[in-house]
Design a protein around this ligand. Structure first.
Ligand SMILES: [Zn+2]
Ligand SMILES: [Zn+2]
Length: 430
């Protein structure tokens, strides 16, 4: 609305059938048609009342005057601008087209965006909601049949509704939708942090070198959950007008998105105390409280685990205790560390693997990573050690073995080659 519009009231009355005779007897019908056609088919135009006067500030001369009462419709009519096709098909379509051009310009240039934008790294990402229980669907494992045994046609009102409403996690689903915008904000915050960490930059300096921008669409799935489709793009410090730095190719952006979405946060520990039984306690040190990236394989396993847990919840029925934990007993309670140790021991026995403590898996991970040449600093953060000295001390034997191998490689490279004595002396040290 122009700033010099002095008064405006908005009213949106119900359609008045009795007004039809007044309408047909209207004198300025052509003017009315012109006014209505300027709305482009808006189904719910907003009626504005008031007046607007433009005055030449130097002479005091009235340049233009508009009084809503004097307009053919008796009101100033403006488009409602609603994005929902169910409310106003015309305005929703206009919004859709505007959005299309806006996003297209951000991908290939045009509309004051340089064409070079097409070379900036961008990723099309879909961020989906977790499962809150099985729902009726159209495609499961490639067949058209739903898990309920029937084949649903398109538009079937059953689609997206829970298979078993009694055990569907409605609370989780409602909380997901309520927190979806905040989750998106968190995702963007951590994505910027991940990119800064990859580049070895403090987060506050990131925007001076690279900008992360996005266009996102929140969409309701058939099961009523919000999910996001987004184009995420990297630009230089002034946005679309400067290229991003060479160290930030599309792969870096895709990896950063994967790292940001597939992470686990370590916030508390569960321990058996003498007085309180199984109790949630703070982590050992501040460094132990951390976020770690999960391998894709692990994310898949966690998804499958959730499905299994949903089944356990169905089986447990009213005996289920909702603890909000990822790994639980068949009735939803926390796992007792002693039981975990026993189950892990029998698992090792069954598979014929060497007996180690559950805690030793940490060392196996760290050793494997060290052997792959992963930096000690990264391993320190992954394990949650407070100081790198601790990590270096614990894995001194591994590092010694790796050093031995490196020296042997060097030794082999420097020794005269028995097979090709004429070859020039050269050494390749990895
Ligand atoms: Zn409209
Ligand atoms: Zn079904």
């Amino acid at each position: 609305m122009p700033p010099h519009e002095p008064t405006a009231t908005i009213s949106c009355p119900e359609p008045d059938r009795d007004a039809l005779p007044t309408f047909t007897g209207y004198r300025n019908l052509l003017g009315l048609i012109r006014q209505l056609s300027s709305l482009g088919g808006c189904a719910q135009p907003i009626r504005l009342e008031g007046q607007r006067t433009e005055i030449d500030a130097s002479t005091g001369e009235i340049l233009r005057e508009l009084k809503s009462k004097e307009l053919p419709a008796g009101h100033l009519l403006v488009r409602c601008g609603n994005r929902r096709a169910t409310r106003c098909p015309s305005c929703a379509e206009l919004y859709r087209q505007d959005t299309y051009h806006l996003i297209a310009a951000g991908l290939r240039g045009g509309k004051n965006i340089p064409d070079q934008i097409a070379a900036h790294p961008r990723v099309f990402a879909t961020l989906n909601a977790p499962s809150y229980g099985p729902v009726h669907g159209r495609r499961v494992n490639g067949s058209a049949r739903c898990r309920c045994g029937r084949t649903h046609t398109k538009g079937d009102p059953l689609l997206g509704t829970p298979l078993d409403p009694e055990w569907y996690d409605y609370t989780g689903a409602v909380l997901w939708n309520a927190h979806a915008p905040a989750l998106w904000a968190r995702f963007m915050l951590h994505l910027r942090r991940t990119i800064a960490a990859t580049a070895g930059l403090p987060q506050r300096l990131l925007h001076k070198i690279v900008r992360v921008s996005y266009a996102k669409v929140a969409e309701y799935q058939q099961r009523g959950l919000i999910h996001f489709h987004a184009v995420i793009r990297l630009d230089g410090p002034t946005g679309p007008y400067t290229p991003p730095p060479a160290w930030a190719p599309p792969e870096l952006l895709a990896d950063a998105i994967r790292i940001t979405t597939g992470t686990a946060s370590i916030r508390r520990s569960l321990q058996r105390t003498r007085t309180g039984g199984l109790t949630h306690l703070p982590t050992k040190t501040r460094a132990s409280e951390r976020r770690i990236a999960l391998p894709t394989e692990c994310c898949h396993s966690l998804k499958e685990h959730r499905e299994r847990q949903n089944k356990e919840r169905e089986t447990a029925a009213s005996a289920w205790r909702d603890s909000g934990l990822v790994f639980t007993t068949p009735t939803g309670g926390p796992l007792d560390p002693a039981n975990l140790t026993r189950r892990f021991g029998s698992f090792l026995g069954r598979t014929g693997l060497r007996r180690i403590r559950f805690h030793d898996l940490r060392h196996s991970t760290a050793t494997l990573l060290l052997e792959q040449g992963v930096d000690l600093v990264v391993i320190k953060e992954l394990l949650g050690h407070a100081h790198i000295g601790v990590t270096a001390g614990v894995y001194a034997h591994v590092r010694l073995r790796l050093q031995r191998q490196a020296i042997d490689t060097l030794n082999a490279a420097l020794s005269p080659d028995e097979d090709a004595t004429d070859a020039p002396a050269s050494a390749i040290v990895h």
